[in-house]
Design a protein. Structure first.
Length: 124
């Protein structure tokens, strides 16, 4: 790895952080959680030449590992935002929604597979 590539990489990361920070401030003014700014920037960058530089550069594997680490931090941050008292008070509704969101698509999938002519073994 040469010094020029490292400098370009760090400059690119700092620009992405600045864009994420400014977009988060804008989203907060619109009453939208600022944490979504990181997702929006990542989605936007992925389909540009910048995304190709980050994923196919000399340190593509390192950036992929950092991206996975970012997803873990995002999930951790979301977990910290959950109010356990409110979740306990709505536990009946949460269990009902979870069961229905599991059983109904499963039964619909079995029905479609049977309708397409597959046997019970493949459908189930």
């Amino acid at each position: 790895m040469n010094d020029q590539f490292l400098g370009e990489f760090l400059l690119l990361l700092s620009l992405l952080f600045a864009l994420t920070y400014s977009l988060a401030g804008f989203l907060e003014r619109l009453k939208i959680p600022g944490i979504l700014a990181a997702l929006f920037v990542a989605i936007g960058v992925h389909y540009t030449p910048v995304g190709e530089i980050l994923t196919n550069g000399l340190n593509g594997d390192i950036f992929t590992m950092l991206a996975d680490l970012g997803v873990l931090f995002l999930l951790f941050f979301i977990g910290l935002q959950i109010d356990m008292r409110e979740m306990k008070s709505q536990s009946g509704d949460i269990v009902l929604a979870t069961v229905l969101n599991t059983i109904i698509p499963f039964l619909m999938g079995v029905g479609v597979m049977l309708w397409l002519g597959y046997g019970w073994m493949y459908s189930f």
